[in-house]
Design a protein around this ligand. Structure first.
Ligand code: GTP
Ligand code: MG
Length: 572
């Protein structure tokens, strides 16, 4: 179901606001949506062979809608009436559900059971079941989560704890495996972008380095894989953090806030980035072991206040039980405004389980139709990192933004400084350090390019199918909002522009219909890249900054240039 529609999931029966709800509200969920991955079933008792086949087909369709995951709510009528089933009927229904899942090769896990009380002597229950099947052409279901938050809020530590399976000692032990540079180990500060993986098997159990030695082993045992993108909290590395958020196309972001400091340092800035880039996010309040309950509550209240402000328009949802975590995952997937808030500790492990329940159930946030459409398009891979690997040669890391990429594909990469695209061959593909033959739109991977000269590549380039004929430009227009500028923003001003994985200094050539801009004002602005042309698409989200100056917007026009004309166009 497309995000933004009314969530059809059940209202929570324990905790939170549900306690205040009247009984009639509790007994009705939103009617079942025709598309989407949630299916209501009143009962599934002894179906005829014909009906069973129909149920199996329907399950396949729901799984396809949820890109490998579906939720069945048993005991609920199509119109959302929470009727409930007596124990015997429920047992028979779950047995049928098992048979259906077996037939399609899926696994099922009971998410939760709840009683509906109609004042009768016989207790009736509703059971919510997660059905998961890794699509035949995929190794596992895949979700990317960017991790944001102020310096020292505990981002790397939380990821260390989740992915290594051992608690932290409060002095930085858990984050040690995540650091990539010596200076990071010495300072305790993340300066680069690192990727960490957390798997879940078909039963919803965590698969991480506590019982697997290598990433390959984790991939092999998992049916769902969460890739966390650990970003830097320090202001000094904001460019890298923005790059992580704009170029790796995360499904959602996790914003970490330390319980003892509350919103501090770069928290607001990171929150603003997620809002500007329309990346849905949830919040984890960490370090609850360090402070009194009242301090944790104060931080949560502060967050709730900020989230509800007109600029944010979010609906905060505090998660305090497993039941809340299930509801939060479903509502978060269906409405971009719902913002779950977890409170936990990476040292005592308190409430870490709730976050794991949430992550296990959280479905991919793009729906199957969008995904299908992206896969039909021509191949386009964003180059985010470049390495040289001994005995392999040049390797690029990045994300396939559209189409499909196979081992052996011939692609072109560019634009070079003079606006050309160069031919190359994809020798092999790896995802999460394991070999993979086919890459699909939305997936991140590393591609080995054999002896292709590394010096010809740079971050921000694209590798596309030769038929694409990509438009490149050094001059483009964007509709922008100036978020902050100390004085006035005028022609001749230079800023660092971020569009997807493109990051380059550009000069403001013209502000349409105005000669200057002040904080909060909107305009269409013409920019010119200073170094080399870039591949940009109309409609792409744009972010720019220079010192305290900040702005966001989207590309409205590109002045396309032909290959080879670039040098002249850049004024060289
Ligand atoms: N007591 C306690 N300490 C924690 C907790 N989480 C993290 N820490 C400590 O907080 C310090 C900072 O944690 P990091 O994980 O490096 O913070 P970060 O957000 O990754 O910081 P940057 O990468 O610099 O942005 C470390 O000394 C951790 O041991 C927690 O839940 N409780
Ligand atoms: Mg860190």
């Amino acid at each position: 179901m497309p995000r933004g529609q009314q969530p059809p999931c059940l209202p929570p029966c324990g905790g939170g606001e549900a306690k205040d709800s009247t009984r009639s509200e509790l007994l009705k969920a939103s009617p079942e949506a025709e598309d989407g991955n949630i299916e209501y079933k009143l009962k599934l008792v002894n179906p005829s062979q014909y009906r069973f086949e129909h149920l199996v087909t329907q399950m396949k369709w729901r799984l396809q809608e949820g890109r490998g995951e579906a939720v069945y709510q048993i005991g609920v009528e199509d119109n959302g009436l929470l009727v409930g089933l007596a124990e015997e009927e429920m047992r028979a229904s779950l047995k049928t559900l098992h048979r259906m899942a077996e037939k399609v090769g899926a696994d099922i896990t009971v998410l939760r059971e709840r009683e509906v009380d109609y004042d009768s002597d016989m207790p009736r229950k509703i059971t919510e079941v997660l059905v998961r099947k890794v699509p035949d052409n995929q190794q596992f279901l895949d979700l990317r989560v960017a991790v944001l938050g102020n310096v020292d809020s505990g981002k790397s530590t939380l990821l260390g704890v989740l992915t290594q399976g051992e608690l932290d000692n409060g002095r930085g032990r858990a984050r040690l495996n995540l650091f990539r540079h010596l200076h990071e180990i010495q300072s305790g500060r993340t300066s680069s972008i690192s990727f960490e993986i957390l798997g879940f098997n078909s039963k919803g159990e965590v698969v991480n380095y506590s019982d697997s030695r290598t990433a390959e082993e984790i991939c092999e045992s998992s049916s769902k894989m969460i890739t966390f993108i650990d970003l830097a909290g320090h202001h000094k590395y904001l460019h890298t953090t923005i790059f992580g958020l704009t170029s790796y196309c995360p499904d959602c972001a996790l914003l970490l806030v330390s319980a003892n400091t509350g919103i501090a340092g770069t928290t607001r800035e990171h929150l603003g980035l997620a809002l500007a880039l329309k990346v849905p996010f949830f919040i984890v309040v960490s370090k609850v072991d360090l402070c009194a309950k009242t301090t944790v509550e104060r931080t949560v209240r502060q967050l709730e206040r900020v989230l509800k402000q007109p600029g944010c328009h979010k609906v905060p949802m505090l998660v305090t039980s497993e039941d809340d975590a299930v509801t939060a995952a479903q509502q978060f997937a269906q409405s971009p405004n719902v913002t779950p808030i977890f409170t936990l500790s990476s040292v005592s492990g308190e409430s870490l389980d709730l976050l794991k329940v949430f992550l296990n159930i959280l479905p991919p946030l793009t729906n199957s139709k969008e995904q299908e459409e992206l896969m039909q398009q021509l191949t386009e891979f964003q180059v985010d990192e470049i390495y040289t690997v001994p005995e392999v040669g040049t390797v690029v890391g990045g994300t396939l933004s559209s189409g499909i990429c196979r081992e052996g594909d011939q692609l072109v990469v560019g634009p070079t400084d003079d606006g050309c695209f160069l031919e190359l061959r994809v020798c092999s593909i790896q995802r999460n350090r394991s070999a993979c033959r086919v890459l699909r739109a939305g997936q991140a991977a590393t591609l080995a390019l054999g002896d292709f000269d590394r010096a010809l590549l740079r971050k921000g380039m694209v590798m596309v199918s030769p038929e694409m004929n990509p438009t490149i430009c050094s001059v483009f227009e964007a509709e922008i909002v100036l978020l902050f500028h100390a004085t006035t923003f005028r022609r001749g001003f230079q800023v660092t522009v971020h569009v997807g994985n493109v990051r380059q200094t550009a000069v403001v050539e013209k502000i349409h219909a105005k000669d200057k801009l002040r904080t909060g004002e909107k305009a269409v602005v013409r920019f010119r890249f200073l170094k080399h042309p870039e591949y940009l698409k109309v409609g792409a989200k744009l972010l720019f900054r220079e010192g305290v100056t900040k702005g966001i917007g989207h590309v409205t026009d590109v002045q396309a240039i032909a290959a080879g004309e670039a040098q002249a166009n850049m004024g060289f």
